[in-house]
Design a protein around this ligand. Structure first.
Ligand code: MSP
Length: 533
């Protein structure tokens, strides 16, 4: 397959590989939900998608977490990893690969990669002196630190002084090549504000970074010097490559890179931008490999203005949230309410209000009352109207016709909130339309054709909304589709009935008299605020 064909047909994307120092919190869930929405959207377009997630298990942070509970690190990791897989299942995340950095096959990939860089002359021994944040697993500049030598991200953690022999990667050698790359690929780093951050950082001059540790057992040994272990980030980034291996393939770089490389999108939080947008491309340049297409750094979920995180201990339990409200509700809230790329605060009252307003009232009630009207005012369970009968001036048709393309562009730009809002406008217009047209009066006046036209326009708009929202709320969208008489389950995207026709289902006017409308039942139960909440 040549590269042009490949990019047309496939789409590989990654979430970060999560540290397993603790069970996942809502912050880690946020990236994964967004990644799943993108994966589902590209599957709707008919692309072959590979969604990669996994866990990052080496390094001092994990070693210390294991020690603190008196466990061996591997045993500790093995116990934490299932909590990630379980949460992804609860959140209805359809990932294709789960990459663990402690896997034996990963070690083979890391070794081969290390030797490529080694043979290029880009690794040398030197003395590393500096302040280290174990929670970030990163050296910090003195000027970045808060009072009392605390980390700017993990504000309750003090950085630690290090002065030791390490192996270094010659990052400085790649400064110009990186700058040329950023110029020639202006979309590589997104959003724009993050791109500028990286450009400024690189412009200040790149320093080589250490890629090994002494006095730390929990990591792969440096292939050329077993007295050192590899720095956790050097091994973690390569976890993306290992994940590309077919399950039974021999773990070689050639096998890993054969089908899905280069990765189309790395989805990350803004705190790990430098690793993905500077270190990673430089490592790949050194190894002589093509670079990923795009890195998107989203914002932080905050609680009282501070980054929610395990190290700060101010997290929200995603399992409890999903068990209480369901996966679609949680997915919808985070993607619709927070502009992707910006920080966003979580507030439970707002959470409930948004879900009740958008899903229970605007969308749910609309479908329910319209289907009930069909039962009441129309013979049988079909509408004997074709979309051609609806004039171009019909306000819902006017909004609906260009909506598919608009929403497609929003998803492609990862502007999820914009996509949801555009769809909701059609839903709100439909509510207004039905009130204005008052089909109950038209029925009394004996205007059967007009009644059916109104009901058709509304149901078709609900259908289109459900289709376009399906990457975000696949359960609700499937439920709506079933009630409209389509045997389509958006959780089964391998079903060709939905993968093929984005161009047909994403336009207004698909509903036909062939659809036997189903029995109306609520798609989203209104959430009542409990008295003791
Ligand atoms: N292990 C590294 C990633 C290695 S990738 C090869 C790591 N892990 S992490 O578990 O600490 O964080 C993973 C992701 O979760 C990061 O993208 C981070 O930005 C994101 N989040 C962690 N806390 C977050 C919030 N409070 N809000 C939003 N995202 C946050 O970094």
């Amino acid at each position: 397959m040549n590269l042009a064909d490949k990019t047309e047909k496939t789409f590989a994307l990654t979430t970060p590989l999560y540290y397993v120092n603790d069970v996942p919190h809502v912050g880690s869930a946020y990236t994964t939900m967004a990644a799943d929405v993108i994966a589902r959207f590209y599957r709707l377009l008919g692309r072959q998608v590979l969604l990669i997630t996994g866990t990052d298990e080496h390094g001092q942070k994990i070693q210390r977490s294991a020690e603190s509970v008196g466990k061996a690190p591997q045993e500790f990791c093995d116990e934490i990893v299932p909590s990630f897989a379980n949460l992804w299942q609860l959140l209805n995340i359809q990932y294709d690969r789960f990459s663990r950095t402690t896997a034996t096959r990963h070690e083979a990939i890391v070794k081969e990669f290390f030797y490529r860089v080694w043979e290029k002359g880009d690794i040398y021994q030197g003395q590393q002196k500096g302040w280290y944040c174990v929670s970030c697993e990163e050296f910090k500049e003195e000027r970045e630190l808060l009072e009392g030598h605390r980390c700017p991200i993990h504000t309750n953690k003090e950085v630690e002084w290090r002065d030791e022999q390490n192996y270094f990667f010659r990052l400085s050698k790649y400064q110009e090549q990186l700058q040329e790359f950023y110029q020639s690929q202006p979309n590589f780093i997104q959003p724009e504000s993050r791109r500028n951050e990286v450009l400024n950082f690189v412009e200040q001059g790149l320093q080589d970074f250490s890629i090994s540790r002494v006095n730390l057992d929990w990591g792969f040994p440096v292939p050329t010097d077993p007295n050192h272990t590899l720095y956790v980030w050097f091994d973690a980034l390569l976890g993306y490559v290992t994940a590309l291996l077919e399950p039974d393939a021999e773990p070689t770089l050639a096998n890993a890179l054969a089908t899905w490389w280069p990765i189309n999108l790395h989805l990350i939080g803004k705190d790990i931008l430098r690793f993905h947008a500077v270190y990673w491309p430089a490592m790949l340049m050194s190894a002589g490999l093509p670079l990923p297409k795009r890195v998107f750094g989203h914002g932080f979920l905050t609680k009282d203005g501070q980054k929610m995180g395990k190290a700060l201990g101010n997290t929200l339990d995603p399992v409890a949230l999903v068990q209480r409200y369901g996966s679609d509700a949680v997915r919808y809230y985070f993607l619709k309410e927070i502009e992707f790329g910006k920080d966003g605060d979580f507030n439970e009252v707002r959470f409930i209000n948004v879900l009740n307003a958008d899903l229970a009232n605007d969308l749910g009630n609309l479908l329910n009352r319209t289907l009930n009207m069909v039962k009441k005012y129309c013979a049988g369970d079909v509408l004997s109207i074709a979309h051609e009968a609806i004039s171009a001036e019909n306000p819902l048709k006017a909004i609906g016709l260009p909506l598919g393309e608009q929403v497609k562009q929003a998803y492609e730009a990862l502007a999820f909130s914009q996509a949801c809002e555009a769809i909701l406008l059609l839903v709100q217009a439909s509510n207004k339309f039905i009130d204005d047209q008052a089909p109950w009066s038209l029925y009394k006046q004996g205007q059967q054709q007009e009644v059916e036209k109104v009901l058709y326009a509304v149901l078709e708009s609900v259908r289109l909304a459900a289709y376009l929202l399906s990457p975000v709320i696949p359960n609700i969208s499937s439920d709506i589709y079933q009630q409209l008489g389509f045997g389509i389950d958006f959780n089964n995207q391998r079903d060709t009935a939905i993968t093929a026709p984005f161009s047909t289902h994403a336009t207004w006017g698909v509903l036909s008299s062939k659809q036997h409308l189903g029995t109306p039942r609520p798609i989203f139960k209104r959430i009542e605020l409990l008295k003791n909440d």
